[in-house]
Design a protein around this ligand. Structure first.
Ligand SMILES: NC(=O)NCCC(=O)O
Ligand SMILES: [Zn+2]
Ligand SMILES: [Zn+2]
Length: 507
């Protein structure tokens, strides 16, 4: 295993987690939180931020990091990843160590991964993912997918929330025949989420229509990667997003729409939020910065690397999603990092339906969001912190332990140089996959230092990570999104005004 990581440019340090000093002083940077920025020092002891103020004096044994002229920001939190996931007859090539190593090299210090139940059992799924995550080198949390419905799933959801630290459940409205669930289950699942104070999440595509679209493409002889996008147009994402939003309104529970890839879906979210409904929209980096042109590349492997669901859309959707992010219609950015190498992608050489769905992004997110959103002038530096870190921590109820540079917060910190630059290539990235959908992309800004749990793990383009140092972060239910839900329920009940028995029986 270590050979593999050496190949990837990842060096091991000592066998403990105590890389560098347990006491750190970051001097003279501009400390940025979601609501405020100031020039200050940040003092860290034993993995926790102890003080944030100008001119902190410390003893000689403290490791100093000069951040003059640079931003000191909370490490990124990626709300949407799939590491070591079995999917479409294979397993993602990044596991909890290689995927997290890549994340750290790109300034992300925590991620939330999706547990897939084992034979429908959430407990068995949780235990399987606990094992996979033992090699973690940064903190992580779990969402749980719901792929079937019965009494035992309902009971296990309660165990997940009350005993296992999971506060969100994802429902797949696509992937017919495997992960997809129907509207009845969606409704029951939403009701259960609400009763537990857990957040319902949806993969919003109309899976039945996608299935028909796929058949249509194959009948037309379109078997290449472009058939993937053609078979599941934006209208199907818009339809499912609208349906999920309306069902969440019917239940009166908050909803989180993952990987918003189209104007169609984004506009449904905008409409719902304008009406006061609690809907969160998560675009992912690929949808924000790419268009579908790659899917038409004459080389199969080049085209296949862009296959994900919902698909990367035609030019125009990317810019509209950026605008929605900058105006608060969409709230935070994920990656949906779910990588398969060229050999795995080649499973679908004769039939796009067999190409494992998923793209990279965990290492690239912080740089690409900076370049696309801040460097272009669309958002401020404080907004950048909000959409890459703080809002995720708030939604999943772990703020201000995560997502902030405040006394008492975990010391997950990046030092970002806005005057430096980045360049992306599969030849230098830290993921195990052999391609990169952002190959050759250059931009302004660079994560120069990543500190995770008070340890300097990325500096001078060198990564020093140790498996087993990451912790599981339990996420309590009833985040801020649930504020006022009970009052709205009471208001609804009193608005019905119907007497219990309105008509007399005639018999
Ligand atoms: N998105 C994708 O193509 N793969 C990962 C699974 C999912 O999130 O739908
Ligand atoms: Zn999905
Ligand atoms: Zn996903």
């Amino acid at each position: 295993q270590s050979d593999q990581f050496c190949d990837a440019g990842v060096g091991y340090s000592e066998s403990t987690c105590g890389i560098s000093s347990s006491k750190l002083l970051i001097k003279g940077g501009t400390v940025v939180n979601a609501h405020h920025q100031q020039i200050a020092d940040v003092y860290v002891e034993d993995g926790i931020i102890v003080a944030v103020q100008p001119n902190i004096k410390v003893p000689d044994d403290v490791t100093l990091l000069d951040a003059t002229g640079k931003y000191v920001m909370p490490g990124g939190i990626d709300p949407h990843t799939h590491l070591a996931m079995e999917f479409m007859g294979t397993e993602t090539i990044d596991d909890y160590f290689s995927g997290q190593a890549a994340a750290l090299a790109g300034g992300t210090t925590m991620h939330i991964d999706f547990v897939i139940p084992v034979n429908g059992s959430l407990v068995a799924g949780f235990e399987a993912y606990e094992k996979k995550a033992k090699k973690s080198c940064m903190d992580y949390g779990f969402h749980m997918a719901i792929t079937k419905w019965d009494e035992s799933v309902s009971r296990e959801m309660e165990i997940m929330v009350k005993e296992k630290g999971i506060n969100s459940f994802k429902f797949f409205m696509a992937y017919k025949g495997s992960l997809m669930i129907n509207d009845e289950l969606l409704l029951q699942g939403f009701e259960r989420c609400k009763s537990l104070g857990a957040l319902a999440m949806v993969h919003a595509e109309n899976g039945d229509a996608v299935f028909e679209g796929q058949k249509r493409m194959i009948e037309l002889g379109i078997t290449g990667p472009e058939g993937h996008a053609l078979s599941r147009p934006a209208v199907l994402e818009g339809e499912a997003t609208a349906r999920a939003i309306r069902l969440a309104k019917f239940v009166n529970t908050p909803l989180y729409v993952v990987h918003v890839m189209s104007i169609d879906a984004m506009e449904e979210i905008a409409k719902a939020r304008k009406s006061g409904q609690k809907v969160i929209g998560e675009p992912v980096v690929s949808g924000l910065v790419l268009n579908d042109s790659g899917l038409w590349d004459p080389e199969f492997i080049t085209a296949a690397k862009y296959v994900m669901s919902p698909p990367i859309r035609e030019a125009g959707h990317d810019k509209a999603l950026q605008a929605a992010l900058s105006t608060g219609v969409l709230q935070l950015v994920g990656t949906d990092h779910c990588v398969f190498n060229s050999t795995q992608k080649a499973f679908g050489i004769d039939d796009f339906r067999k190409i494992p769905n998923g793209v990279n992004g965990i290492e690239e997110r912080m740089h690409l969001v900076w370049d696309t959103m801040v460097e272009s002038g669309q958002i401020s530096v404080t907004d950048y912190v909000r959409i890459t870190s703080t809002e995720c921590a708030r939604i999943f109820n772990i703020y201000p332990r995560k997502g902030a540079i405040l006394a008492g917060s975990d010391a997950d910190i990046i030092i970002f140089n806005p005057n430096s630059s980045f360049e992306i290539s599969a030849s230098s990235h830290h993921s195990r996959t052999d391609t990169n959908i952002y190959e050759g992309r250059k931009g302004k800004g660079k994560v120069e230092v990543t500190i995770v749990g008070g340890r300097v793990v990325w500096k001078d383009d060198e990564l020093k990570v140790v498996p087993g140092c990451g912790k599981y972060i339990e996420m309590p239910p009833l985040s801020y999104l649930f504020n006022g839900i009970d009052k709205a329920d009471a208001k609804y009940r009193s608005s019905l005004k119907a007497p219990v028995k309105r008509f007399k029986s005639t018999s």
